[in-house]
Design a protein around this ligand. Structure first.
Ligand code: PLP
Length: 221
């Protein structure tokens, strides 16, 4: 068996037993295999294993890697996890099925435009900046309700919220805050939890776990 398949199975088992321990019933979070920087030969074993959800953080890299693969593996859903520049939106809506990084109104407008032009059905998460750090991407929690309303007026299919907690800190308070914000505006999906904290994210009902290193191994670039 390929190491990525082994890793995925181990992660699935850990998730199952954690959910059992938490006694959360009918809770079935999705695993996004974050394949950024990895090539086709690393991804193919998971595709043959019928894994469907994959994540990338750059539009051009995703196009190069996934255009042919998606034709061959039609069930694949591709998730955009990185910062999305407005001049890349045209290309992003061609290749991605989910966008996790909607973080400003200009981008929302551009997305609405391209999505209706191309008649796509793209599912979108609003990225939240839980720290209030100026250099970080994301909508401020206090501005979320209004921003969400604006997105609805644009007819964007907003399914949830997303966060990336600061690396060196305990993620629990951030996960808790995101869950509360999500419930406050009445959204179903939550995108949080990565290799180092995905089990913790289950305690706060994350529905999309974004796992790279844990499945593919260390990234070299
Ligand atoms: C790279 C990346 C991940 C995966 O990180 P790992 O620690 O390798 O699991 C998750 N989310 C985002 C937004 C990323 O850019």
């Amino acid at each position: 068996m390929h190491h990525t398949q082994n890793n995925l199975i181990e992660i699935q088992d850990k998730i199952k037993s954690k959910i059992k321990k938490l006694q959360l019933f009918e809770y079935n979070p999705k695993i996004i295999a974050v394949s950024k920087t990895f090539q086709e030969q690393d991804i193919l074993p998971l595709l043959k294993f019928e894994h469907c959800d994959f994540g990338e953080n750059k539009v051009q890299e995703a196009i190069n890697k996934w255009t042919e693969l998606k034709k061959k593996y039609e069930k694949v859903k591709l998730h955009m996890l990185g910062k999305l520049q407005t001049n890349k939106v045209k290309f992003a809506v061609e290749i991605f099925d989910y966008i996790h990084s909607l973080d400003n109104l200009k981008l929302a407008n551009k997305l609405a435009n391209e999505i209706s032009k191309k008649e796509k059905k793209i599912k979108i998460f609003i990225q939240i900046n839980l720290e209030g750090e100026k250099q970080k991407s994301g909508i401020e929690p206090s501005e979320l309700e209004l921003f969400y309303k604006n997105c609805c007026q644009l007819k964007l299919n907003i399914i949830g919220t997303m966060c990336i907690p600061p690396e060196s800190k305990d993620p629990s308070p951030y996960f808790k805050k995101l869950l509360e914000l999500n419930q406050k505006i009445g959204l179903r999906e939550i995108s949080m939890g990565m290799t180092n904290d995905y089990l913790k994210a289950l305690e706060y009902k994350s529905t999309f776990l974004r796992i790279g290193t844990g499945i593919f191994g260390k990234r070299t670039n």
